[in-house]
Write a protein that binds this ligand. Structure first.
Ligand SMILES: Nc1ncnc2c1ncn2[C@@H]1O[C@H](COP(=O)(O)OP(=O)(O)OP(=O)(O)O)[C@@H](O)[C@H]1O
Ligand SMILES: [Mg+2]
Length: 249
């Protein structure tokens, strides 16, 4: 079987210079992610999760070490090429949703396509509609973020991440602001996307969220201390069905 590696990082380090002090956020991290994996990155606050995810998403470059994204060494890319790679290959989902206020769900989802001159207005709209329908928000096109619940806003953000048909979804604490039920709904959606072939890297510090993924990389103080396959992967839709009704409050 040919295994398609979506990303490879080798001995990656990231240091931040703060005045006369150097913060070593990543101290030599190595692992590969294959196409179709659903990986969670865990670790306590300050362990380097966001630093690592930002690097995987080409928002940042390593100080040292190698990062190959879809067989391209990102070190060789210019700023423009990096931005293009990020736009076409990666969909981001953040804890705080990061939607534009006073802008409808549909327009928020259309946004990443604006940078692609090959896509006209009609196709842009059609694709945004399809992405919103895929996250079950077909009845909320014209709602602005303040007219949507937290879980719905996160689903708009996921539709926005999907609209460019990226090879990989990167999520940083995407359930961090949500209650248990809504978190499980988001994880159920992530599991569906993964089932349909999307590679997912999901940062969380909650073990019950990590249990929905197929593999967990544990960071501690800028290093990988554990990298394990989840043999007892939970189904989020089953977990949802098992929640007591009172959890809604
Ligand atoms: N831009 C920066 N400049 C200086 N130091 C930074 C910067 N970004 C992160 N750090 C430091 O790097 C370390 C790792 O931070 P990071 O944000 O990756 O942690 P995290 O695991 O995501 O934590 P949390 O769970 O709280 O989000 C921390 O000590 C942090 O202070
Ligand atoms: Mg973080």
């Amino acid at each position: 079987m040919i295994v398609n590696k979506i990303l490879e990082i080798h001995d990656v380090k990231r240091e931040f210079v703060m005045g006369d002090q150097i913060v070593r956020a990543l101290k030599g991290v190595s692992f590969d992610v294959n196409a179709g994996e659903f990986l969670t990155i865990m670790g306590s606050s300050g362990s380097g999760k966001t630093t690592l995810l930002n690097m995987l998403g080409c928002l940042d470059k390593p100080t040292e070490g190698i990062y190959m994204l879809d067989n391209v060494n990102i070190k060789d890319l210019s700023r423009d090429e990096l931005a293009r790679l990020r736009n076409t290959k990666i969909g981001f989902v953040f804890q705080a949703y990061n939607l534009l206020p006073r802008t409808t769900a549909l327009e928020n989802v259309e946004l990443p396509l604006m940078y692609n001159p090959a896509i006209g207005a009609k196709e842009r709209k059609d694709r945004a509609i399809a992405a919103l329908e895929a996250v079950k928000l077909g009845d909320r096109f014209d709602h602005t973020p303040n007219q949507l619940s937290g879980g719905q806003q996160q689903r708009v953000a996921i539709a926005r991440a999907l609209v460019n048909e990226p090879v990989m979804i990167l999520a940083d604490e995407a359930t961090g602001n949500l209650d248990t039920r809504t978190s499980y709904e988001i994880m159920s959606l992530m599991q569906d996307l993964n089932q349909n072939g999307k590679t997912i890297v999901f940062v969380t510090h909650e073990p019950d969220i990590a249990a929905f993924s197929s593999r967990t990389v544990m960071l501690k103080d800028g290093r990988v201390v554990k990298d394990t396959q989840n043999t007892k992967r939970r189904s989020a839709s089953e977990a949802l069905a098992g929640l007591p009704v009172s959890d809604d409050y």
